[in-house]
Write a protein that binds this ligand. Structure first.
Ligand SMILES: Nc1ncnc2c1ncn2[C@@H]1O[C@H](COP(=O)(O)OP(=O)(O)OP(=O)(O)O)[C@@H](O)[C@H]1O
Ligand SMILES: [Mg+2]
Length: 283
């Protein structure tokens, strides 16, 4: 018991940027958006959107077609530049101007179709653009080992060979590889835009299990889904966008299916599910 009490590295005395972050109660979420607006020509896609994405939690982003879910995701991913608003990361104000900026913070986005290169195999996909070298040559063994370990760690067991071209994988397996890639690169936030839209029952199950495992690893997960069964199965928090506005955002237990549909379609709900009504996401 003698040396065990030795303290670790002292924390920084103060959390820079915490002051002035907006006086919200509770711990700082990993990602905090405040007043995000975005327009394309005459189309106002987002109006002053607030969103908190805490680590170790799955946040479902829901809303009807055209509500602004993908635009919001792409704004966080650095594909779109926002017109107005603040992005806070680990309590620090940041500016995300490109996908490179978001990747550098530890943000990984998994798109249904764009995530992987069909003609490359699983290992090549997982290391695309970040290949490991040994004496100037690709270190195939090390990359293969890391890819296999990551997939095994996530209990992705249905893939026959990690040297299989991604084109030959099922939809669920493709999603699994895209998620595994995000995990392998030590992401802190993984955003999945409609990850189960094209999947069958068993494949959907696999992706939902993966999402839960990401959360168990302490990552913040944001998942966009039109499937409320999936939403209620994996989400700790639910955020509802309607016509570019965040109309509700709270713990999943504050909602039921009907209230989510109410918020999606009318922007309000008269149903009170728990003792704590869903707030408007404004603080
Ligand atoms: N690149 C763009 N140029 C112009 N308008 C755009 C662009 N991207 C999105 N929009 C508009 O922004 C609004 C929000 O679109 P977004 O793709 O975010 O919807 P969504 O919530 O993802 O819908 P869905 O559930 O159908 O995927 C829509 O009115 C859309 O037409
Ligand atoms: Mg979309």
């Amino acid at each position: 018991m003698d040396v065990m009490s030795q303290p670790g590295r002292p924390d920084r005395a103060a959390n820079p940027g915490a002051a002035g972050a907006g006086g919200s109660p509770g711990p700082e979420p990993l990602l905090r958006l405040r007043g995000i607006s975005k327009h394309f020509g005459a189309v106002q896609a987002l109006y002053g959107v607030n969103l908190d994405l805490p680590g170790g939690r799955v946040t479902a982003l829901v809303g009807d077609n055209g509500a602004g879910k993908s635009v919001l995701t792409k704004s966080i991913a650095g594909i779109h530049q926002v017109d107005e608003g603040e992005i806070w990361w680990e309590g620090r104000r940041v500016h995300i101007h490109s996908p490179k900026d978001s990747a550098a913070l530890g943000i990984e986005t998994v798109y249904q179709d764009l995530a992987l290169a069909d003609n490359l195999d699983i290992v090549q996909n997982m290391f695309l653009g970040r290949e490991r070298l040994r004496r100037g040559l690709l270190d195939e063994d090390a990359m293969e080992r890391a890819a296999a370990e990551t997939l095994a760690g996530l209990r992705v067991t249905t893939v026959r060979s990690i040297r299989q071209p991604v084109a030959t994988l099922s939809g669920g397996q493709r999603q699994a590889v895209a998620v595994a890639k995000a995990v392998m690169w030590n992401s802190k936030l993984v955003m999945l835009d409609e990850p189960t839209a094209a999947l069958g029952v068993a494949q959907t199950r696999m992706v939902l299990d993966l999402i839960l495992r990401l959360k168990d690893h302490g990552l913040a997960v944001m998942v966009i889904s039109h499937n409320l069964n999936d939403v209620f199965e994996v989400a700790d928090r639910i955020a509802v966008l309607r016509l570019g506005r965040m109309v509700a955002q709270d713990d999943a237990s504050a909602f039921d299916r009907q209230s989510v549909v109410d918020y999606m379609t009318t922007g309000e709900s008269s149903r009170t599910v728990s003792e704590r009504p869903a707030n408007g996401g404004r603080n």
